[in-house]
Write a new protein. Structure first.
Length: 106
């Protein structure tokens, strides 16, 4: 399998994990979702999906503040976009961090 194929498999796995969290989010406490978000962060880090790592950190912070339920849906949408990003450079990370900062400011 090519490296590109491996990366696409990782992105598909992460997309499935995000979808699973999204289904559970309205009915789960933040502390129940946090380990799954941390696993996504670790997988993304290992695969070099830098924007996804950035967003996962922000989402983890939001969960640690107690955000839960429907509020998590928006965070997961940003994470889904970050996983799908073709860019892995610092500027892409900065763009996703800015989007997360806007969410934090509410």
């Amino acid at each position: 399998m090519t490296m590109s194929g491996d990366l696409e498999n990782v992105k598909a796995d992460l997309a499935a994990r995000i979808a699973a969290i999204d289904v559970r989010a309205p009915y789960s406490r933040a502390c129940e979702l946090a380990p799954d978000v941390d696993a996504i962060r670790a997988i993304a880090h290992h695969a070099g999906l830098n924007p996804a790592v950035t967003v996962a950190h922000f989402l983890g912070s939001a969960l640690s503040r107690g955000e839960h339920g429907a509020l998590v849906h928006g965070w997961l949408a940003v994470l889904r976009d970050a996983v799908g990003s073709d860019r892995q450079d610092v500027a892409a990370c900065d763009s996703f961090a800015a989007a997360c900062s806007v969410r934090l400011a509410g």
